[in-house]
Design a binder for this molecule. Structure first.
Ligand code: GLU
Length: 289
């Protein structure tokens, strides 16, 4: 029997909403009902968007729901050397390359090409920097700020077929559709894909419970696990919650916050129990497809 470890890994870029509550409650309940641990990780690697007061508020909102995480809280901004070490491992395997393109360089290149394939995260990187020679790369890398991208075709060819489990069903990873994802940004020595993969292993997470919006990204994480020699947890991607207009709950569309519900006198025990039964407050629905 495995010792179950789940986690909730919010980004402190706004206050938590009902979708976060749902995800955190499912992960917490999954662990608690199996005698396991529930961990919290603060994913604060986006320097332009994170704010410390939102990180503090996460704990407050979780406590209101009756959730107290076990053990140490991992804070990604304190773990940058670990991501650098992981990137170094990928560099040694010749699976990443520096990318000097600005957003407008990329937009121009996409606009000028006949086919602009899209991946789950938007248009795929057209690959100008992948073609640079070794000496060009070295020279420019010394002078110009750069990101690091995964050479997806090379990685997929080297990895061979990869599988992972979603809610007990086998999924065949298809990370190619993402193209050459960024693993370290110009303004941050990591990216979501790299940090999440490194940290789920560092926290010995056995079961990842998160929204279906991250289902496709799991293919990239599975690929990185392969090259970083990390275990593959079991995944459970849950339905996403929609507001009264049928929009996915999101900070940017002004989804009602847990803090707002608290101020309006909502009963957190009832809310938590209802959510765990799949019963949503009036006006919300679940996107099941
Ligand atoms: N930090 C991500 C978010 O807030 C979630 C990461 C994950 O669960 O893998 O959307």
């Amino acid at each position: 029997m495995k010792n179950i470890v789940t986690r909730f890994a919010p980004s402190p870029t706004g206050r938590l909403h009902l979708g976060h509550a749902y995800s955190a409650l499912l992960a917490h309940d999954f662990a608690r009902s199996r005698g396991g641990k529930f961990l919290l990780r603060i994913e604060d690697i986006d320097p332009g968007r994170v704010r410390p007061e939102f990180a503090r508020a996460i704990l407050e909102d979780l406590a209101w729901l009756g959730i107290v995480p076990d053990g140490e809280i991992l804070v990604q901004s304190e773990r940058l050397p670990h991501y650098q070490a992981a990137l170094a491992r990928l560099k040694e395997q010749d699976l990443v390359y520096p990318c000097f393109c600005t957003r407008s360089d990329i937009a121009r290149e996409i606009a000028g090409s006949a086919a602009a394939p899209h991946g789950p995260d938007g248009p795929r990187y057209p690959g100008a920097c992948r073609e640079l020679s070794g000496t060009d790369r070295l020279r420019r890398a010394r002078q110009v700020p750069h990101a690091w991208r995964l050479d997806m075709n090379r990685a997929v060819a080297a990895a061979g077929p990869l599988l992972w489990q979603d809610g007990g069903s086998q999924v065949r990873a298809d990370p190619e559709r993402f193209g050459d994802v960024v693993l370290a940004r110009k303004d941050s020595p990591t990216s979501y894909h790299l940090a999440v993969t490194v940290d789920d292993a560092a926290q010995s997470v056995t079961d990842i419970i998160r929204g279906r919006d991250l289902h496709a990204a799991t293919d990239v994480h599975r690929l990185l696990q392969k090259f970083l020699g990390l275990p593959t947890p079991d995944y459970h991607h849950h339905v996403l919650l929609l507001d009264a207009e049928g929009r996915r709950l999101a900070k940017r569309t002004g989804a009602p916050t847990l803090a707002g519900m608290r101020a309006a006198g909502a009963d957190p025990r009832k809310l938590a129990a209802d959510l765990l039964r799949g019963e949503l407050p009036a006006g919300y629905s679940a996107l099941s497809a």
